[in-house]
Design a protein around this ligand. Structure first.
Ligand code: SF4
Ligand code: SF4
Length: 81
């Protein structure tokens, strides 16, 4: 069976830089940016999208609901989303 792919989206301007999501991710998909958002916080970013297993621990850990995880079907992946 083909590996499922996931798209992780972080709303950088909702992020308060707590790093909870970075530590919650078992696959090191997320890291903190060296840039700041419009609130002045270092925000979380996606650094290793293909390693995501879709567990959603990141989204569940975020106190600001800044993270969404969506499953992509093969057609979407092939289409180059
Ligand atoms: S869904 Fe799971 S594997 Fe993917 S970025 Fe979030 S915590 Fe990491
Ligand atoms: S858990 Fe949410 S607020 Fe905290 S760093 Fe991650 S995205 Fe930002």
């Amino acid at each position: 069976m083909a590996k499922k792919n996931y798209l992780v989206t972080i709303d950088r301007n909702r992020c308060k830089g707590c790093e909870l999501c970075v530590h919650a991710c078992p696959k090191q998909v997320l890291a903190m940016s060296k840039d700041i958002n419009e609130k002045g916080y270092f925000f979380a970013t996606v650094v290793s999208q293909p390693d995501c297993i879709g567990c959603k621990f990141c989204g569940m850990s975020c106190p600001d609901s800044a993270i969404e995880v969506a499953a992509l079907d093969e057609a979407e992946v092939a289409g180059g989303i």
